[in-house]
Design a protein around this ligand. Structure first.
Ligand code: NAD
Length: 305
C-alpha cells in the first residue's frame, strides 16, 4: 500500500546505481533519476523512469531519495549544495545515503536535514555489481530504527541482508572496516597465488586448494575466478574507490585510537596499484603488481591461447 504513495528519486547511476535503480523500476516503484552523466540517465528513461534535471528538482517531486555517489564530496554537493536536495525536500521525507562515504560527513548532513524535519539513513552496501543486479546486497544501516522500518521494503528490494548498527554514521563505519578487511584479504590472496605459480604449482589446482583450505575468503572464492582468471578487470569495484575507502577506514581507526598494521599495509598496496595506473580496474587487479614482479600471469588456459 505504501508503495503507491512513494516516489523514489535515485541519484548516481553508475556501476552500482544503474542495476539498483533498475530493480526498483522492475518492482513497480515510481522512480525519478538524476546523474551528471546524461548517457546513464537516458538508458533508464527508456525503461520507464522519470527525469529530474537537478537534485533540487528531484526533491520537489520525490518523498524518498537514494544517493549512490563516488564519495562524500559528491554527497555533500548533491544534498547541501545550492542545487541540493535540502532546498526542496518536504519534512517527513527520507534520504537513504547508500554510497561508501565518510561517517563524519554523514552525521553532519543528517543533523542539517533533521533541522528541516527530514530523515536520513546511511545505508552503504557490500556485494558488488552482481549483488546489485540480483538484489542480494548486504546493507549496513545507521540512523533511527523507526525510519529504517518505513523504508525497509525499498531496501529489501535491493538487499537480502539488512543490518541496523545504531546511530548515524555507524553503517559507514561497518562498511569501511569491511573494506579494510577485504583489501587485506585480496592483497594476501594475490601474493600467495603468485608465489605458488612462480614456485611451479598448477594454477587451477592450487586455486582449488586455496578455496578449500583454511585461507579461503571472498577473493579466492569469487574475485580471482571471475575477474583474474579471465583477465577481465571491469566493470566492478574500482581501485580508485577502494583507495578512498581505505583512507576513510584509516581515519575511523585513528579516531578510535586503535593501531591497524594489517590495514595500513593494505592501504599502501592499493596506493601502489593506483600509482601503477590500475585505478579504473576492479580491485582484484591488485594481483597485477605481483604479476609484474614475477613476470607471470594468473590466467585460465583458454585466455592464454
Ligand atoms: P561509479 O563511479 O560507477 O558511479 C558513480 C555515479 O555517480 C556516476 O554515474 C557519476 O556520473 C555519478 N555522479 C558523480 N558525482 C555526481 C554528482 N555530483 N551529481 C550527480 N551524479 C554524480 O561508482 P560505483 O561503482 O557505482 O560506486 C558508487 C558508490 O558505491 C561508491 O561510493 C562506491 O565506493 C560504492 N560501492 C561500490 C561497489 C562496486 O562494486 N562498484 C560496491 C559497494 C559499494
Amino acid at each position: 500500500m505504501e508503495k503507491m504513495t512513494e516516489t523514489i528519486g535515485f541519484i548516481g547511476l553508475g556501476a552500482m546505481g544503474n542495476p539498483m535503480s533498475r530493480r526498483l523500476l522492475a518492482a513497480g516503484y515510481t522512480l525519478i533519476v538524476f546523474d551528471k552523466r546524461k548517457e546513464t540517465v537516458d538508458a533508464l528513461l527508456r525503461e520507464g523512469a522519470g527525469e529530474a534535471h537537478s537534485p533540487v528538482e528531484m526533491a520537489g517531486k520525490a518523498n524518498r531519495i537514494i544517493t549512490m555517489l563516488p564519495d562524500s564530496q559528491a554527497v555533500e554537493e548533491v544534498v547541501l549544495g545550492p542545487q541540493g536536495i535540502i532546498q526542496s525536500f518536504a519534512p517527513g521525507s527520507i534520504l537513504m545515503e547508500m554510497s561508501t562515504s565518510s561517517p563524519y560527513s554523514n552525521r553532519m548532513i543528517a543533523q542539517a536535514l533533521e533541522e528541516k524535519g527530514i530523515d536520513m539513513l546511511d545505508a552503504p552496501v557490500s556485494g558488488g555489481v552482481w549483488g546489485a543486479g540480483a538484489g542480494e546486497l548486504t546493507i549496513m544501516v545507521g540512523g533511527k530504527k523507526d525510519v529504517l522500518e518505513k523504508v525497509r521494503p525499498i531496501l529489501a528490494c535491493l538487499g537480502s541482508k539488512i543490518f541496523h548498527l545504531g546511530i548515524h554514521g555507524n553503517g559507514n563505519i561497518a562498511k569501511l572496516l569491511n573494506n579494510l578487511l577485504s583489501a587485506s584479504l585480496q592483497s594476501a590472496s594475490s601474493e600467495a597465488l603468485m608465489v605458488g605459480l612462480k614456485a611451479g604449482l598448477p594454477l587451477d589446482t592450487f586455486l582449488d586448494v586455496l578455496r578449500s583450505g583454511s585461507g579461503k575468503n571472498y577473493s579466492v572464492e569469487m574475485k580471482i575466478p571471475n575477474f583474474v582468471l579471465p583477465g577481465k578487470f571491469s566493470p566492478g569495484f574500482a581501485i580508485d574507490l577502494m583507495n578512498k575507502d581505505l583512507d576513510l577506514a584509516m581515519e575511523v581507526a585513528r579516531l578510535a585510537g586503535v593501531p591497524v598494521p594489517c590495514g595500513a599495509l593494505a592501504q599502501q598496496i592499493y596506493r601502489l596499484a593506483r600509482s601503477e595506473g590500475l585505478g579504473q580496474n576492479d580491485t582484484s587487479a591488485v594481483i597485477r603488481i605481483w604479476e609484474k614482479w614475477t613476470k607471470m600471469e594468473a590466467r585460465s588456459a583458454s585466455e592464454q591461447r
